[in-house]
Design a protein around this ligand. Structure first.
Ligand SMILES: C[S@@+](CC[C@H](N)C(=O)[O-])C[C@H]1O[C@@H](n2cnc3c(N)ncnc32)[C@H](O)[C@@H]1O
Length: 193
């Protein structure tokens, strides 16, 4: 999975424009490779992650053990519907692919917004609804949505300056929603498009 999704994860990290010292949250880190990459970008800031799967937590912890031991990475098992963090804990948050599994996406998005600081940035990577997506993955597990619906859901969750962007370097029709909490805008985020 890490190899299959590496290009969209790299694109998401680039779009986030992580700065040294930023506190970063990844929702649904899976294999944990992007946790390692984000830790390099924050250069001493905290990278936290939440994943629903105990086996993914084990894998990601093993991959990042040295960073966990140094207190630079904090990985937990949990559901993004109830994030185990205080309000306004992070400058940036990202999530690549878990949105298909959210039965009430706006509630998850509101929860991400809650833990972001004012002006905090959120990048959501996803494959929009398409015939190919439906052929590739079982509808009993994956719910694909049109990009416009993801856009509207982020606005309903209270995010501002929501934009959907494409990246040529991302694979398999993957698109990205860039959203900002409160003051500021997504314009800065889009400077690398
Ligand atoms: C398709 S994998 C993507 C992993 C990684 N982000 C990537 O791009 O390769 C989706 C991950 O999201 C996690 N996940 C799904 N629903 C979740 C939820 N509600 N809260 C936290 N993690 C969730 C799954 O356990 C899985 O590890």
């Amino acid at each position: 999975m890490a190899w299959e999704t590496s290009r969209e994860n790299e694109a998401a990290l680039e779009l986030l424009e992580i700065r040294p010292g930023d506190r970063v949250l990844e929702i649904g880190f899976g294999h944990g490779r992007s946790i390692t990459a984000a830790a390099k970008l924050t250069r001493g800031g905290l990278v936290a992650g939440v994943d629903a799967s105990p086996s993914m937590l084990d894998m990601a912890r093993r991959r990042n053990q040295a960073l966990v031991d140094r207190g630079l990475v904090d990985l937990r098992q949990g559901d993004s519907l109830h994030l185990p963090f205080e309000d306004e804990s992070f400058e940036v948050a990202f999530s690549v692919h878990p949105v298909y599994f959210w039965t009430a996406p706006i509630s998850h998005m509101q929860e991400v917004r809650r833990v972001l600081k004012d002006g905090g940035r959120f990048v959501l990577g996803f494959r929009p609804e398409s015939e190919q997506a439906r052929r590739d993955f079982p509808a009993s597990v994956y719910t694909f949505r049109p990009a416009e619906q993801i856009h509207q859901m982020l606005l309903s969750a209270g995010f501002r300056s929501v934009r959907i962007v494409d990246r040529e370097d991302a694979a398999r029709e993957v698109r990205f929603a860039l959203a900002t909490k409160g003051r500021g805008g997504a314009a800065g985020l889009a400077s690398k498009l």
